[in-house]
Design a protein around this ligand. Structure first.
Ligand code: ATR
Length: 279
């Protein structure tokens, strides 16, 4: 009999990670004999830790801050999403024991978008993405894969947006942070990937009234679930999608790889994770 599979989330710190709540819920829900742990691993030990995942008793892992770029470097091979995004959040050992990497953040973002606004693509020729950090990279990858032909990227530090536009190529155009509102009337989708609006951070100040009535607004912030941005979008009658769904959906491919069953993102899972968020 083979041993019960174990996976973990590796971070530094790792205490804040919601992944154990998600995977723990699914393990119980599906009656799977397996485990999902938290591993606090400092950056200097990360490469050694993942090069010996099986010696630590794991079949795979999620990777969170600050290890996502190192996870890609440590892997023997990676999927197209991880290569393009330049970071990995999901690791597993293949049949030969080689470390494989994937980035499921773009999958999580897009699945959440389609779940909240199934027909978003029909009214979205132009999308606006706020922010140019790690999350923005995943969102850009997902939107380009979905065929969005113009993506207006805007960030407080313009140089970071310019770097991303060069990397991701033609669909991505940089817009000055100060004049982002002037382009909203052309946008079918607005995505906030900045930390603005998160509990403890300043609010995101943007006039959603300038968006067309068919626009979809989505925030990757999920604490609070209902950011001021989403509340303003809803008041205007726009479709508004919170960031928790992205977190839940990005966990699906890893769970399937490690535990052999594709889990479902249900309202009950969502309620379970919301209860762990507090505040
Ligand atoms: P993540 O990996 O979640 O994307 P990140 O790499 O720290 O996180 O990126 C945070 C994003 O929020 C950046 O786009 C950042 O803008 P800068 O590149 O100018 O730092 C944006 N951000 C954070 N605080 C901000 C603020 N007060 N005003 C505007 N943008 C802010």
């Amino acid at each position: 009999m083979s041993k019960a599979p174990r996976a973990c989330v590796i971070g530094w710190p790792v205490e804040h990670s919601r992944s154990p709540a998600i995977h723990g819920y699914w393990l119980r829900q599906y009656g799977i004999d397996g485990a999902y742990e938290k591993e606090a691993v400092p950056p200097e030990d990360f490469a050694a830790f993942v090069s010996d995942l099986s010696a630590h008793g794991y079949v795979g892992a999620n990777v969170t801050l600050p290890h996502k770029e190192a996870a890609l470097r440590a892997a023997a091979s990676a999927d197209a999403a991880a290569e393009a995004i330049g970071a990995a959040n999901t690791l597993w050992l293949d049949a030969n024991g080689a470390l494989q990497a994937s980035n499921t953040d773009a999958y999580g973002f897009m699945t959440n978008l389609y779940a909240g606004a199934p027909r978003w693509r029909e009214t979205c020729d132009v999308a606006m993405v706020l922010g140019a950090g790690g999350a923005a990279r995943a969102v850009l990858y997902g939107l380009i894969e979905a065929g969005v032909s113009r993506i207006l990227l805007t960030n407080r530090t313009v140089a970071k947006a310019e770097t991303l536009a060069r990397e991701f190529g033609a669909p991505v155009e940089v817009l000055p942070w100060e004049s982002k509102e002037s382009a909203l009337s052309a946008c079918g989708l607005l995505v906030n990937t900045t930390s603005l609006g998160m509990t403890g951070q300043p609010p995101l100040d943007i006039m959603v009234e300038a968006l067309p009535q068919s626009a979809v607004v989505t925030d990757i912030v999920y604490v609070p679930l209902e950011t001021a941005l989403l509340a303003a979008a809803r008041r205007r009658g726009l479709a508004a999608i919170d960031g928790l769904g992205m977190l839940l959906h990005q966990a699906v491919p890893g769970f399937e790889r490690w535990f052999g069953l594709r889990p479902e993102v249900t309202p009950d899972l969502r309620a379970h994770v919301v209860a762990t968020l507090g505040g």
